[in-house]
Every structure is written in structure tokens, then in C-alpha cells.
Design a binder for this molecule. Structure first.
Ligand SMILES: [Zn+2]
Length: 443
């Protein structure tokens, strides 16, 4: 796909997250994502085009190539996708559905999408944990840029010719021709600020429509609002990788609708393609399916990544509040223990003090006696010093106990109030998180 198509698909995905009826469990998060996104949308054009302009990792990362395998009898594992995907629905009706295929293992579009998704979540976690100004903290601009880069790879997976081992590049120009048609539709339907490499925006912050608005663009604009937003990845799909792997399978089946295999790729020139029924009768319909599903998938993968980050954030917050509560509880228990055992401890320390006093008295007497008789004083001096130290220590222990008792007694009510406040905070957070629990979310 071309530059403006990529940027437009990313903007439409953002619009879908805002305008579609998002399942209740993800509604708050979707709102928060849009609020965040709108601050960084200006990078959409450069971000969504970065893979083609800078990374240039077309082979292996913008493609997953399939071809029919007539020699195999193996039953291929076609994935079960969310029913709202139109390319999936068309794929189920395809003659090639369920037939063996060969998959070129050198290509890694699905891995690219998966790793970008994970790195987005990681970046948000780092952004949360690091102090402001930390040299390793990623900026929001940088993360937004990576959202748009990710959208490029997702969109490419929906371009059927990126998933078809037949090559329609160069000699026959059909690949570029199809992508040009879509790009022209975008360019003639929206106002583009070419100097600043961004769209002009409407009051809601989305690409501003030209008066002469294309029918295809209108279809997608309507579809992104009206299509049911299915949260699940599809049965047996658990993550971006599984989902994109399914997308690439149905994209491959779609390629044989878009360009039937009645001639070899070399024979299918642009002129010939334009004369085919597939182009004349169905190109508009197929474009709706491909672009509509691309918007759907970008929105889905973005929101899943964001919700996973937000779930982690909520969990981290709850763990922090629980630790605060545990600390408050321990402080209260310690204070209560000081109060409860005070009499018992005091009796013990009183006895020790009394014993130390007696010992000191005895040592003092021994010392005085030695001094009077002119005996050797070295040992007596040492023992007297030890007895004094023991006495001082016993006195100090007793006074510490008294101090601890008075403090505990004075702060007991305060500690109880602190524990109650910490408990309320934990309960409130836990109740808030409960709203986000959804066994059917399929994250
Ligand atoms: Zn690409």
C-alpha cells in the first residue's frame, strides 16, 4: 500500500476506536487511548510510512507468501476468525478454502506485528515506572510513532498480493496499479497538508473531507462506525501473531478473487487486468472488504495492546495499595503488641534492673573493700565498670519500653484510622478493577 493509504488507514482505525460501540469492558480504555492518541496524531504520515521509507524491510517483513500445494494431502489449518471480518467470510466461500497450501517460511510479517505489539506495551510500562527526566524513558511521541509503524505491517497483511506467492510487481505493474488506485482515492477525498506531511483535520481531529468525497472512502467511514466491534481474536487465536497469521491466510484466498489464476502472473498485464471481470465488476467491492478489514484489524490490535498495558497498570496500582495496607496493618499489630505485653515485659525488665542493681552494689562493695585494704584493683575496677554498664543498660531498656508503650498508646487511634483508610483504598481499587474483569475478553 502507498503512503497516504497507510496514514489514512491508521487515522480511520483511531476513528473506529472512538466511534464504534466498544464492548463495555474496554470502553473506558478505548476513550483513554483516543485522548492519548489525539496529542500525537501528527506523526501518522511519517510513522505509517517509516517501514517503506526507512526500514525497507519489505522482504521479509511486509509479506507472508502462500501458494496452493496440489502435491500435498495434508489438511491445512485455516484459522477461525471473528465473524465480522469480511475477507474471512469471503474466504470461507472460496474454492481454495480447506485446500493445502505452501507457506514460505522466510517471511515474517506476523512476527513483526507481534514484536511491535509487545514493545508498545513494554514502552508504556517503562514510561510508567521511570521518573520524569530519566534518560531511558521513552517519549509519548516515540510510542505513538511505533503505533503508526505497527499499523503499516498490519495493513500490508490485508493487501492480498502481499500474501500471494504469485508476483505482480514490475513486468505487469498490477500490484502498484491497485495500490495507486487506493492512494488516489485517499488523496482526492481528504485535504492533505503536504508541507507538514500530515492531514488537515476536521473539528474532531480526523482527516478533513473534501467536498467531492469518494464512495469507497464514504463506505469505510460508515463501516468503521457501524460494524460490530468484536473484542475476541477468533477461536484459537490468542495474540497478534495468531490473528495476523489468520488474516494472511484469508488475504491469500482474497488474492485469487482479486486476480484469478486463469493466466500466469506475467501474462496479467495492467491492461489485461483492467479488462477482467474481477476488476470491472468486483474491484470496488473487494476494495471495501480489504480496506474495511484493515481498519478493523489495526483498531483491534492497537486497543488490545493498550488494554493489556492498562490491565498491568491497574494491577500494579492495586499491588502498591495492598503493600501500603499491609504496612499499616503491621504498624497497628506492633503497637497493640507493645500495649498488650507491657505489664509482662515491664515486670521482666524491673526484675532485671533489680538484679543489676544488686550486682552493682556487690561489686561496689568489693571494690571499696579492695581499695581500703590496698589490694590489687585491676580486676575489681573492670568488674565494677561491667556491672555499671549492665545497670545502665537495664535502666535504658526499661525506659525504652515505657517510651514505646506511651507512643503506641498515643498513636493507636491514629494507626487504626490509617489502616482503615488503606483498606478503603484497596477495596475501592479492587472494585474498580472488577469492572474490567471479563472472562470472554480473550486477551
Ligand atoms: Zn509495506
Amino acid at each position: 500500500m502507498k503512503k497516504y493509504t497507510h496514514a489514512w488507514l491508521a487515522m480511520m482505525a483511531m476513528k473506529r476506536i472512538e466511534k464504534a460501540r466498544i464492548p463495555a469492558r474496554q470502553q473506558d480504555d478505548a476513550k483513554a487511548l483516543i485522548t492519548w492518541f489525539k496529542n500525537y496524531r501528527d506523526f501518522v504520515l511519517s510513522g505509517a510510512w517509516y517501514p517503506d521509507a526507512v526500514f525497507k524491510d519489505m522482504t521479509p517483513s511486509h509479506i507472508v507468501k502462500y501458494e496452493p500445494d496440489a502435491s500435498s494431502t495434508a489438511v491445512p489449518n485455516f484459522r477461525i476468525m471473528p465473524p465480522t471480518l469480511q475477507m474471512y467470510q469471503l474466504g470461507l466461500e472460496s474454492d481454495m478454502y480447506g485446500k493445502p497450501f505452501k507457506l514460505d517460511k522466510r517471511h515474517n510479517l506476523c512476527d513483526r506485528c507481534e514484536s511491535f505489539t509487545e514493545s508498545l506495551i513494554d514502552s508504556f510500562k517503562i514510561l510508567t515506572m521511570e521518573n520524569e527526566g530519566s534518560p531511558i524513558v521513552p517519549s509519548n511521541n516515540h510510542i505513538a510513532m511505533r503505533f503508526f509503524i505497527l499499523s503499516h505491517y498490519i495493513a500490508d497483511g490485508h493487501m492480498p498480493l502481499h500474501c500471494d506467492a504469485r508476483s505482480f510487481y514490475n513486468d505487469n505493474e498490477v500490484h502498484g496499479f491497485i495500490e495507486d488506485l487506493w492512494d488516489q482515492e485517499v488523496r482526492r477525498s481528504y485535504f492533505i497538508d503536504e508541507d507538514n506531511e500530515r492531514f488537515f483535520y476536521d473539528p474532531e481531529g480526523y482527516p478533513l473531507k473534501q467536498e467531492e468525497f469518494s464512495e469507497l472512502m464514504q463506505y469505510i467511514e460508515d463501516e468503521l462506525v457501524n460494524r460490530e466491534f468484536v473484542w475476541s481474536w477468533g477461536s484459537g487465536c490468542n495474540n497478534t501473531w495468531d490473528y495476523m497469521s489468520g488474516i494472511s491466510q484469508y488475504s491469500y484466498l482474497m488474492a485469487y478473487r482479486l486476480i484469478p489464476a486463469d493466466k500466469t502472473p506475467r501474462e496479467i498485464t495492467k491492461a489485461y487486468y483492467m479488462s477482467t471481470e474481477a476488476f470491472r465488476e468486483h474491484f470496488f467491492e473487494y476494495s471495501k472488504v480489504i480496506l474495511g478489514d484493515a481498519v478493523e484489524s489495526i483498531a483491534k490490535i492497537w486497543l488490545h495492546a493498550w488494554v493489556r498495558y492498562r490491565d498491568w497498570f491497574r494491577g500494579t496500582e492495586l499491588a502498591y495499595f495492598k503493600a501500603q495496607k499491609d504496612k499499616a496493618e503491621k504498624n497497628l499489630i506492633d503497637a497493640e503488641k507493645v500495649i498488650d505485653t507491657y505489664s509482662e515485659e515491664k515486670a521482666k525488665l524491673d526484675a532485671r534492673l533489680e538484679k543489676a542493681a544488686k550486682s552493682l552494689e556487690a561489686k561496689q562493695a568489693d571494690y571499696d573493700k579492695g581499695l581500703a585494704k590496698g589490694l590489687k584493683m585491676e580486676k575489681r575496677t573492670e568488674e565494677l565498670a561491667k556491672a555499671r554498664a549492665r545497670y545502665a543498660e537495664a535502666q535504658e531498656n526499661l525506659s525504652n519500653l515505657d517510651k514505646a508503650y506511651q507512643e503506641a498508646d498515643a498513636s493507636l487511634e491514629n494507626l487504626k484510622a490509617l489502616l482503615l483508610a488503606a483498606q478503603i483504598q484497596v477495596d475501592r481499587k479492587a472494585a474498580e478493577i472488577k469492572r474490567y474483569e471479563d472472562s470472554n475478553s480473550g486477551i
